[in-house]
Design a protein around this ligand. Structure first.
Ligand SMILES: Cc1cc2nc3c(=O)[nH]c(=O)nc-3n(C[C@H](O)[C@H](O)[C@H](O)COP(=O)(O)OP(=O)(O)OC[C@H]3O[C@@H](n4cnc5c(N)ncnc54)[C@H](O)[C@@H]3O)c2cc1C
Length: 393
């Protein structure tokens, strides 16, 4: 059996290590800092824990408006931060246990390719971008990965970048009492998402009190804290048959979900499975309301197909959403009228997170409108909004 050296213990590296052991390979995993990398320690898990507190707080406030509870206290940064740190620690212990149990040799040190392994997988993460213009704001700028290390939040903050991390970060800061402005260099935020869904989310964010400035040059920022959410730089792929590059240090999307897929695909390739084709990639932001999408937008579909139809399902018409007090938003399904094939599904609303799994499966498996219409969905259930979106097509 081959031996694999994995350099980097983030989402990409630890998935490769576990996957390698499942297939019986010898695996040594090098991590020079914290197992779990960005996703566990500063990225996905901390931000989603904090956003979960915001979602929960809003649910309780909705319940209070409906007179189930009264006197809902405000969110508290110190408490939420402490809870988040506990989650990160517990998941970190769990990960270490899982790796050890699987028989991965863990080395807490700088990894090197000394030539002794059959294969080397680089999963060393990305280099975060900081716009040059911010060099004049020294002392006030932190990267979004440092969010959890802030003991106190300021009265005002600037968030640089209106991508997923920027918008999520802005909502976190705003919900804990900071007045936030998002600065986006392009003319729209969340460029990878359906425009109609983004417009809806943008209205909600602005109604909450978050300011969004587009096509700005970042000169004269007056906020005492500037959080940089400008993303990760593109890097070259070191793939050469014996060495591979996966996750944020490889070209492509900079998401843990992609990093994990690439890890599984590389290990499958080493095991001799050559048919791992990259499937559709879901996009999501766990904002309030959440936004997600998979497959083609209407514009992309119209560029390829002559007759494109679009159907909608609305949360306000869904019984389960109504009783949960989550009546905002919709599901938008894009289909090719001739073949009936579903080409894209885009969502905004509290359901957008939960329905993304089903939506991804429908697109990946090339499901048609007719097939979805024939499926039984549970009732009353949020997923009925998705089924409803093809009801009239
Ligand atoms: C705020 C934020 C929120 C995010 N939320 C989401 C989300 O909800 N969903 C999602 O899918 N993605 C999310 N992402 C993106 C996701 O976190 C990254 O895409 C993912 O963590 C990349 O994993 P990776 O393993 O490639 O790199 P990393 O997690 O960066 O891991 C690389 C590891 O390699 C180690 N390393 C580097 N060089 C060496 C060396 N020479 N020797 C030994 N070790 C080394 C580093 O210490 C590090 O631990 C978020 C990112 C941020 C910043």
């Amino acid at each position: 059996m081959p031996h694999i050296t994995v350099i980097g213990g983030g989402a990409a590296g630890y998935t490769a290590a576990l996957e390698g052991r499942k297939r019986g390979f010898g695996v040594t995993l090098y991590e020079k800092s914290q197992l779990g990398g960005l996703c566990l320690n500063q990225g996905c898990i901390p931000t989603k824990t904090l956003l979960e507190h915001i979602h929960m707080h809003r649910s309780v406030k909705t319940a209070a408006e409906n007179l189930i509870w009264k006197n809902v206290p405000a969110l508290n940064w110190a408490d939420s931060r402490a809870y988040t740190q506990r989650m990160v620690e517990e998941l970190g212990y769990g990960l270490r246990y899982q790796l050890k149990k699987a028989g991965v040799e863990i080395r807490v040190e700088e990894g090197v390719d000394d030539g002794s392994s059959d294969y080397v997988i680089y999963a060393t993460g990305g280099r975060r971008i900081r716009p040059e213009v911010l060099s004049g704001c020294a002392g006030r700028v932190v990267d979004v990965t440092e969010l959890l290390s802030l003991k106190e939040l300021p009265e005002r903050a600037a968030v640089i970048g209106g991508g997923v991390t920027g918008v999520e970060c802005a909502q976190i800061l705003h919900s804990f009492g900071t007045t936030v402005t998002i600065y986006e260099k392009e003319n729209r935020i969340l460029r990878n998402f359906d425009t109609e869904c983004v417009d809806y989310l943008e209205k909600c964010l602005c109604a909450d009190g978050i300011t969004i400035k587009k096509q700005t040059d970042l000169m004269n920022l007056t906020e005492p804290l500037i959080i940089c959410c400008a993303g990760v730089a593109e890097q070259e792929n070191k793939k050469n048959g014996r060495t591979f590059c996966i996750g944020d240090c490889a070209p492509g999307k900079k998401l843990a979900s992609d990093a994990m897929w690439e890890a599984r695909a590389v290990i499958a390739g080493i095991a001799g499975e050559k048919n791992w084709k990259q499937g559709v990639e879901p996009s999501f932001a766990y904002t309030c309301p959440a936004i997600s999408g998979v497959g083609m937008t209407v514009a992309q579909a119209r560029a390829q197909y002559n007759h494109v139809t679009v159907g909608y399902g609305y949360a306000y018409a869904n019984g389960r959403s109504k009783v949960q007090g989550l009546e905002g938003g919709f599901v938008k399904t894009v289909a090719d009228q001739e073949s009936g094939r579903i080409l894209g599904i885009h969502m905004v609303g509290e359901h957008a997170e939960n329905l993304l799994g089903e939506a991804t499966a429908l697109i990946e498996l090339e499901c048609t409108v007719k097939q979805l219409q024939k499926m039984i969905h549970p009732h009353p259930a949020i997923c009925e909004i998705l089924a409803e979106s093809v009801g009239q097509l």
